[in-house]
Ligand binder design. Structure first.
Ligand code: NAD
Ligand code: LMR
Length: 330
């Protein structure tokens, strides 16, 4: 899982890598701080910032930072192909965020077509890139991107990821707070998907090992599942998590680059999967030169966690089908 020490090493040392990262939705609440974090990574050589608005300004601003990544802004659909050509990693935070009272699935009507169109462009211009999809509902947008890549004849399930890293970041933080630990030293795998009950933190597998009474396990699990809604409520109509998501998204993108660079890196993400009845499922994954190198599966879980997995499957299946049908049933 995330090792903060390894991540800070990737942010701060001169590791060798020539990589182009494209951020699609780069002017948004997530896109801007995510691009700032990527600009600080020595693993990034070229940073292509694409959005339907404001990227020239964001790119000009970031380009004055004295780190090696060359920053270029691309604005509007006619510049999308150039943003994507040669990309090794494409991070997609494009799309609308939730307002109080909405579920992530309520974003489907707007975000499904945004992700479909961006995936079509990626399939055409950088079919070998790893896609890191942040746009919600992740449980549907990842199957959408996969179906688009299948239609284009360039599908590789090892290169399409739904970013669930924020759930891991939150689980690490909340467990550390509850136990008085340094959050940077805690690793909690979070499996399943990225919406409500499909978010399944495995507290029994926390590293370092921790134990809580049953009611506390339940309360912590529910807080991790509802953490996105906690931020949406606190922002009171001004959107959802942006800064913590930028942190989590940058860490995931950098982990992909570290894997491509030959390091053994383990991250949880939502991917095509055969470890459960759900055809996509987040589990810990070894990242390598070509994206997903090994799916580590679910591993040992206790009765409480088994029940969480069982309860998540029907919702996951429905969200996946909704995404696949969106692309295939016109
Ligand atoms: P935002 O509205 O601040 O930014 C979205 C950006 O996308 C805007 O700059 C907008 O211009 C751009 N955009 C819209 N259509 C586009 C298109 N066709 N091509 C390129 N860019 C386009 O929203 P935000 O707060 O940055 O959130 C973005 C998405 O990320 C939302 O769907 C949100 O639900 C999701 N999100 C996911 C997670 C996660 O854990 N996976 C966490 C937080 C937010
Ligand atoms: C999150 O978990 O913060 C994101 O999925 C955004 C949201 O809508 O909650």
């Amino acid at each position: 899982m995330f090792s903060s020490r390894l991540i800070s090493r990737a942010f701060s040392t001169g590791s060798q890598c020539n990589a182009k990262v494209a951020v699609l939705g780069a002017s948004g609440g997530i896109g801007q701080p995510l691009s700032l974090l990527l600009k600080q990574s020595p693993l990034v050589t070229d940073l292509a910032l694409y959005d339907i608005a404001h990227t020239p300004g964001v790119a000009a601003d970031l380009s004055h930072i004295n780190s090696k990544a060359r920053v270029t802004g691309f604005v509007g659909a006619e510049q999308l192909a150039d943003a994507l050509k040669g990309a090794d990693v494409v991070v997609i935070p494009a799309g609308v965020p939730r307002k109080p009272g909405m579920t992530r699935d309520d974003l489907f009507n707007t975000n499904a077509s945004i992700v479909r169109d961006l995936a079509e462009a990626a399939a055409k211009n950088c079919p070998k890139a790893c896609l890191a999809i942040i746009s919600n509902p992740v449980n549907s947008t990842v199957p959408i991107a996969s179906e688009v890549f299948k239609k284009a004849g360039v599908y590789d399930p090892n290169r399409i990821f739904g970013v669930t890293s924020l759930d891991v970041v939150r689980a690490n933080t909340f467990i550390a707070e509850a136990k008085g630990l340094d959050p940077a030293t805690v690793d909690v795998p979070v499996i399943g998907g990225h919406a409500g009950i499909t978010i399944i933190p495995l507290l029994s597998r926390a590293n370092p090992a921790v134990s809580f009474p049953d009611d506390k396990v339940d309360a912590l699990t529910k807080r991790i599942q509802d953490a996105g809604t906690e931020v949406v409520k606190a922002k009171a109509g001004a959107g959802s998590a942006t800064l913590s998501m930028a942190f989590a998204g940058a860490r995931f993108a950098i982990s992909l680059l570290r894997g491509m660079n030959g390091e053994k890196v383990v991250e949880c993400a939502f991917v095509k999967s055969d470890v459960t009845e759900s055809t996509y499922f987040a589990t810990p994954l070894v990242l390598g030169k070509n994206g997903l190198a090994q799916n580590l599966g679910i591993g040992n879980v206790n009765k409480y966690e088994q029940e969480l997995i069982k309860n998540a499957i029907p919702e996951l299946k429905a969200s996946i089908k909704k995404g696949e049908d969106f692309v295939n049933k016109k």
